[in-house]
Design a protein around this ligand. Structure first.
Ligand code: SAH
Ligand code: SF4
Ligand code: F3S
Length: 436
């Protein structure tokens, strides 16, 4: 048995990175006898799992590891993993010579080799670890992230992800089902499926695997696991929201009724320049059809403002979609030019101040929409799966359609689905009381 060592890990970026960090913790725990610590000074290994999607987190990386290098104890190692590791590779060693290893987002399974070798570098985006059996570790007892595909083939013109996570490969269904079964047997009643384009599942598997299975079929198979009560997923792509998918989503009772529909822009002209593959009309048709099929569905979205060439009229089209769909949640970002992407070379980049002003207007509109939505929850009763005890002392969970609900209550409610009456609805969270 190896001597016990301590691991401090910081995770930036999206849910895929959260899952990758769980894999890192599992591998280092079972193969190298690392246990987690929240205290940098006592860590033998500091790992930062990075995001490259916008420039900010990348600049944050170097200031963050510089700080860690000053705080760490003698002999402790620092490793950089994730999407920025994929795209900057060995340049990280040049800019931060105290870093011991650099492992890209497609190379997580090599973490144990990395800690045992000086200046280990592995950032190959062709590397296929879709069938690698990672060890078991989960941040939550109550819900489990399960990867269903890695990489992305879409190549939206603003996006660096295809360059950091490589081409899209679906994970064979039997591996996904085994993982979901194991997690559910261990108490995770909610399974959260992850991929960059989940509803494109089944297009290509690794090696010789051939499977006639699409995302709708996969959802139905997971729903057959008796211990699974709720299924969520992110991100689906609006382009692949065909009728079969919408019908499976609407009719399977275990599939939670919240859909992420990343709009990016409401202007068909900008969507074309982004290479999103759908128009404003297609997006509206799908979103409004969902609202019609499932009256209490919630729809969240991602929007980029000030994409190169976005005119005031284009931006108005985005606001128009927001007014028509009334998204329950909007993640809005100012366009950030990324290396290796087509849009970074477009000559009609928009002034940063114009971007900030548009973002502000968008957020004001969304606040009004959220106020209206919040009021509509008053006095309603929702079944809520309680999965978190917050530092504030509140218990928190999600309604089926993904509203964050908080109550004061006993810890033994964790892991249970209870009825909650909403007494104090706020924009970002609904507060309520237990209904017995
Ligand atoms: N696969 C998902 C998105 C993953 S990236 C999808 O297609 O929706 C998460 C979000 O980051 C994107 O939806 C987009 O809104 C935002 N994003 C990606 N690249 C960006 C960039 N260059 N500038 C600003 N936001 C960006
Ligand atoms: Fe990026 Fe587009 Fe792929 Fe999403 S679908 S990860 S935005 S390239
Ligand atoms: Fe996720 Fe950021 Fe990579 S959003 S896929 S961690 S670039």
């Amino acid at each position: 048995m190896k001597e016990e060592k301590k691991l401090f890990i910081e995770t930036l970026g999206c849910a895929m990175n959260v899952r990758d960090s769980e894999h890192i913790i599992a591998e280092l725990g079972s193969l190298e006898n690392y246990v987690l610590t929240q205290n940098i000074q006592e860590a033998d290994l500091i790992v930062i799992n990075t995001c490259s999607v916008r420039e900010k987190p990348v600049s944050k990386l170097f200031s963050e590891i510089g700080k860690y290098n000053l705080q760490k104890k003698d002999g402790a190692k620092i490793g950089v993993c994730g999407c920025t590791a994929s795209h900057l590779g060995k340049e990280i060693f040049k800019r931060a010579p105290y870093v011991s290893f650099v492992i890209g987002a497609r190379n997580v399974s090599k973490i144990s080799t990395a800690v045992n070798n000086e200046k280990f570098l592995s950032v190959d985006t062709d590397y296929d670890e879709s069938a690698y059996a990672f060890g078991e570790y989960r941040n939550s007892l109550y819900k489990a992230y399960v990867n269903i595909s890695i990489g992305c083939d879409k190549k939206c013109t603003y996006c660096i992800v295809p360059h950091t996570r490589g081409e899209e490969i679906s994970i064979p269904a039997d591996l996904i089902l085994n993982e979901a079964r194991k997690a559910a047997k261990n108490g995770a009643k909610e399974i959260f499926l992850l991929g960059q384009n989940v509803n494109n599942y089944g297009k290509r598997f690794s090696g010789n695997v051939r499977l006639d299975m699409d995302f709708s079929d996969l959802l139905n198979c997971i729903a057959e696991i008796p211990e699974v009560e709720r299924i969520r997923f992110t991100s689906p792509h609006p382009l692949h929201m065909d009728d079969k998918f919408l019908e499976t989503f609407a009719s399977n009772p275990k599939v939670c009724k919240s859909m992420h529909m990343p709009l990016q822009s409401g202007s068909t002209r900008i969507l074309e320049r982004m290479k999103r593959g759908y128009s404003k009309e297609w997006f509206l048709n799908r979103a409004l059809k969902l609202r019609e099929m499932i009256p209490d569905v919630s729809i969240s979205t991602d929007i980029i403002v000030a994409f190169p060439g976005e005119s005031d009229e284009d931006f108005e089209e985005t606001l128009d979609v927001m007014r028509q769909v009334k998204f329950e949640q909007v993640f809005a970002f100012k366009y950030s030019a990324r290396p290796l992407t087509k849009a970074a070379e477009f000559t009609d980049q928009i002034d940063s101040e114009i971007g900030s002003a548009r973002l502000e207007r968008l957020q004001l509109l969304q606040d009004d929409i959220l106020d209206e939505i919040a009021l509509s929850h008053l006095d309603k009763i929702y079944p809520v799966y309680i999965d978190e005890l917050r530092n504030s002392g509140y218990l928190a969970g999600r309604s089926d359609n993904n509203a964050l609900v908080q109550i004061k209550g006993d810890e033994n409610l964790l892991g249970r689905t209870v009825n909650i009456k909403i007494t104090n609805p706020k924009r970002l969270s609904l507060y309520g009381e237990l209904v017995l």
